[in-house]
Design a protein around this ligand. Structure first.
Ligand SMILES: Cc1ncc(COP(=O)(O)O)c(C=O)c1O
Length: 370
């Protein structure tokens, strides 16, 4: 079975016609200070932008971002113990999912997903004309987890091109061990790629230890600056994969999808890891405090390796009633729209969630029906 979309496997290109000025400078080995050939609005004065956001933003705004994200990829490579060739930067993990599907799938390609996991994935799978096959979560007394053997079984049954796994998972918060993820990869049919969404990777206990973080063959790992790094509005994420796999993704990548501002912001945040590390520690402390409080209210709180807490209720109707009552008073928590997880509620571990009384309606809802 081919691993990539048929038209990409069958031709050499396509090649990005605009790798960008920074890439050209790197190739030439000297600067190009006189940029009168690329048609951006380089002489726009930007008085209004400058007044509102300052000089740095006004200057960044005029130019396209570095299509190769050279600086950010090198900084990430150093942090992760990878080579820059094993990294691809794009406009968030969402954008990388769409890119992976574009590179991997033909119309009708079978794609396996856990029923109720991060729904943007399914949205893109359907938008790409793939055939989505869902498998149920493994439901045990203490946990609700993507079912790795069911994912592998469905991949064989359906001749899948792609299997999606969010690890840690959203909305359940469950983390599978790396060894189990690799065993899943090994259990997939030949030519089937595992898209491993690691949007919450930075909340893992081992996220900051010097790690091997290999670009595992047969797996495209997706990470984001939206969660632990707080840059959701700027849209930056990265994929870790083998250079051969990334070369296929590069064939269909929108080359200026990541703005110059987003690249500069991610670079800056990455250069100051102590701030992120402190933030992550605070989030984890809040998550555990929230989980403890919810357990005191009688909630069945699932173990989480993310920046949120997930509760499993006995009935979907009870979860719906609590969700609606909180919404009526102006508090938004998350209840998955997928019917398979209608009995689940997800709450972000923000300071606001811990304010006295903020979740009193939820506690009442648990007590009333519990
Ligand atoms: C599992 C998962 N993947 C991806 C994303 C989106 O990440 P990004 O903002 O980088 O597109 C989210 C955001 O909630 C998520 O929960």
């Amino acid at each position: 079975m081919p691993r990539f979309a048929r038209h990409l496997e069958q031709q050499d290109g396509p090649y990005n016609p605009f790798p960008g000025l920074e890439a050209l400078e790197r190739r030439l080995g000297h600067a190009l200070p006189h940029r009168i050939g690329s048609n951006e609005g380089l002489d726009m004065p930007h008085r209004a932008l400058r007044a509102r956001f300052g000089d740095a933003l006004a200057d960044l705004a005029r130019t396209y971002g570095d299509a190769e994200a050279w600086s950010l990829r090198h900084r990430l490579a150093e942090r992760l113990g990878l080579s820059p060739e094993q990294l691809l930067v794009d406009a968030g993990a969402d954008s990388l999912m769409a890119l992976a599907l574009r590179a991997l799938c033909d119309e009708g390609s079978p794609v396996i997903t856990s029923a109720g996991t991060y729904p943007t994935w399914s949205y893109f799978v359907r938008g790409a004309g793939c055939r989505e096959i869902e498998v149920a979560y493994a439901d045990s007394t203490q946990t609700l987890a993507p079912d790795l053997s069911a994912l592998a079984g469905a991949a064989h049954r359906e001749g899948a091109r792609v299997v999606y796994l969010a690890n840690p998972d959203n909305p359940t918060g469950y983390l599978h061990a790396d060894a189990d993820v690799l065993a899943l990869r090994d259990a997939l049919p030949a030519g089937c790629t595992l898209v491993l969404d690691e949007a919450y990777h930075d909340f893992r206990e081992d996220a900051w230890s010097p790690e091997a973080n290999p670009a595992w063959a047969g797996i495209i790992r997706l990470r984001t600056f939206s969660k632990a790094h707080g840059l959701a509005g700027l849209r930056v994420g990265y994929a870790i994969a083998t250079p051969e796999t990334l070369a296929m993704l590069m064939k269909v990548r929108i080359h200026y999808a990541v703005s110059s501002l987003a690249l500069a912001a991610a670079d800056t945040v990455l250069a100051h890891p102590d701030e992120t590390r402190g933030h992550v520690a605070a989030v984890i402390a809040r998550r555990e405090a929230l989980a403890d409080w919810l357990r005191e209210q009688g909630a069945a709180v699932l173990p989480s390796t993310t920046n949120f807490v997930c509760l499993r209720l006995p009935r979907a109707a009870q979860a719906a009633a609590i969700h609606q009552a909180l919404l009526d008073e102006g508090t938004l928590i998350h209840r998955p729209a997928h019917p398979a997880l209608g009995h689940v509620l997800r709450i972000s571990a923000l300071e606001d969630a811990l304010q006295p009384g903020r979740l009193a309606t939820l506690a009442q809802g648990l007590a009333r029906e519990g």
